[in-house]
Design a protein around this ligand. Structure first.
Ligand code: FDA
Length: 284
């Protein structure tokens, strides 16, 4: 049974680029940049993966033709065939990055569940060698392996979005305790701020936002050296306030018909989000 889109509209900007575009422009007008995510994951056949590459390329082209739209894109490698074959996935990623480089755009590779971490980092490093500033990666603070990964990526000067991690991982793979995840997040932010040009701080958590503000002020690190990122539909007022205070801000705006897994992750990570969904249903 297909659930109606109205359920997801609190977190998903629309089922098409045309539906999402006015929301992106409205954010841009407030000085907030965007990263567009054409939703979907785990494509299992080459026909579908080829179609996704074409769709992502179409998305880059759409962004560049809409007047003054300030948006990069975020992608998942399982959409480009990572479950099929790693070399095929690399070829698809490079096809997309050829267009991104031609159009001076930016593609961020989202991080998926821990079965994909090593391949995602390997493919990112291949892509970074070839496409440099046109590609970035996401690192999850909750993984035990992150300390090593982050040190290596920071040494390369990678463009990293740091988040806590959204997948259900077991104890031997990921920290489970929120205070430990927050401490790890802060340690990793320090490394990124020290070694990389512009770390992206992806969280809605006041403790981490306040910590970042204080740490960067104390260390005399200006607001142009990092960026706050949040998800569409969550804490927009906070983003507007941060923007007014002169911080760089970006909202991750998902759209598309394959919204169900993303929507489920938002509901399971925070019980208040269930209330948001219900309240949206009753709004005109
Ligand atoms: P969390 O849900 O841990 O909440 C901590 C505290 O923050 C709450 O107790 C509350 O005080 C405050 N808070 C949180 N949400 C709030 C709200 N809506 N209103 C008011 N207060 C709130 N994950 C992944 O595995 N791979 C990826 O590629 C990405 N990409 C990504 C991009 C961006 C831009 C963001 C913001 C997040 C991701 N994530 C992700 C998701 C991330 O890993 C994580 O699951 C969520 O951001 C939830 O963690 P938080 O730190 O935001 O708050």
């Amino acid at each position: 049974m297909k659930l109606p889109f109205v359920l997801a509209k609190r977190f998903v900007a629309g089922e098409s680029f045309e539906a999402a575009a006015p929301k992106v422009k409205a954010l841009n007008e407030k000085g907030i940049k965007v990263t567009l995510d054409l939703l979907g994951e785990n494509v299992e056949d080459r026909g579908m993966a080829d179609e996704m590459v074409a769709n992502y390329i179409g998305l880059l082209e759409n962004i560049s033709t809409v007047d003054r739209m300030e948006s990069s894109i975020s992608i998942k490698l399982t959409m480009l065939g990572l479950d099929i074959d790693i070399d095929y996935c690399r070829t698809n990623l490079f096809k997309l990055l050829d267009v991104a480089r031609e159009q001076d755009q930016f593609v961020r590779i989202d991080m998926e569940g821990s079965d994909y971490t090593q391949h995602t980092i390997d493919l990112y490093k291949d892509a970074f060698r070839e496409y440099g500033k046109h590609v970035g990666i996401v690192i999850q603070a909750y993984l035990h392996r992150t300390k090593n990964d982050l040190t290596e990526l920071a040494g390369l000067g990678a463009d990293v979005r740091l988040c806590k991690g959204a997948y259900n991982e077991p104890e031997d793979i990921a920290l489970q305790d929120m205070s430990k995840i927050r401490e790890a997040f802060k340690d990793y932010m320090k490394i990124l701020l020290d070694k990389t040009p512009c770390p992206r701080i992806a969280t809605h958590d006041d403790e981490l936002i306040d910590w970042t503000r204080k740490y960067t002020t104390d260390q005399d690190i200006g607001p142009s050296r990092f960026e706050f990122q949040m998800l569409y539909g969550l804490r927009q007022e906070t983003m507007e306030q941060l923007t007014r205070e002169g911080y760089q801000t970006r909202i991750y705006v998902p759209f598309g018909t394959m919204w169900l897994p993303y929507f489920k992750r938002r509901l399971t990570e925070r019980k208040e989000n269930i209330w948001f969904v219900l309240s949206t249903l009753f709004k005109k």
